[in-house]
Design a protein around this ligand. Structure first.
Ligand SMILES: [Fe+2]
Ligand SMILES: [Fe+2]
Length: 165
């Protein structure tokens, strides 16, 4: 990796991957809202979305909470800054992921798929739109603020931590 690449490049790369996953989720939600049914392929894609949220997205948040936010909070403070906004948004999405998982389980319950499809769509679309905005905020505000505010040694430490899996 070139030395002048952003220390946050691994997180930005994650965002690009995540946007592709969210696009797939949006497509399956659209299809189910149209057909008012959830076929086997739809259900598998929903399970994949739950797996993606829990195994890819939540660990990404945990890395940002552990690696990026603490040094930035030390430099610019928490309240009234983006540090607080980003931490709050992580919590909001964690709650939404739990609701989406519950809604997915509701699809297998006996009351028929349509209420569960609407519930999945509500939580899924909220998460998609919220995340789209969240990733953009990090890209255009949080990471550039960190690059401007943190000393080079801190940025090197972040670069090293994010370079590890
Ligand atoms: Fe984030
Ligand atoms: Fe992120």
């Amino acid at each position: 990796m070139a030395e002048d690449a952003s220390p946050f490049q691994p997180l930005l790369d994650d965002h690009e991957e995540f946007l592709a996953k969210l696009h797939e989720l949006e497509a399956v939600l659209d299809e189910m809202m149209h057909t008012r049914e959830a076929n086997e392929a739809n259900r598998e894609l929903l399970d994949e979305a739950v797996r993606f949220f829990e195994e890819d997205l939540l660990p990404h948040f945990a890395r940002e909470d552990a690696i990026v936010l603490p040094p930035l909070e030390a430099a610019i403070g928490r309240f009234g800054t983006l540090v607080n906004v980003v931490a709050y948004e992580h919590e909001e999405i964690r709650r939404e992921v739990a609701k989406f998982r519950e809604a997915r389980a509701g699809l297998d319950a006996s009351r028929g798929p349509w209420p569960a499809i609407q519930e999945l769509n509500r939580h899924g679309i909220f998460a998609i739109q919220f995340l789209w905005d969240h990733f953009r905020k990090e890209k255009v505000s949080l990471f550039p603020t960190a690059v401007r505010s943190l000393p080079a040694a801190e940025l090197d430490a972040i670069r090293a931590a994010l370079a590890q899996d």
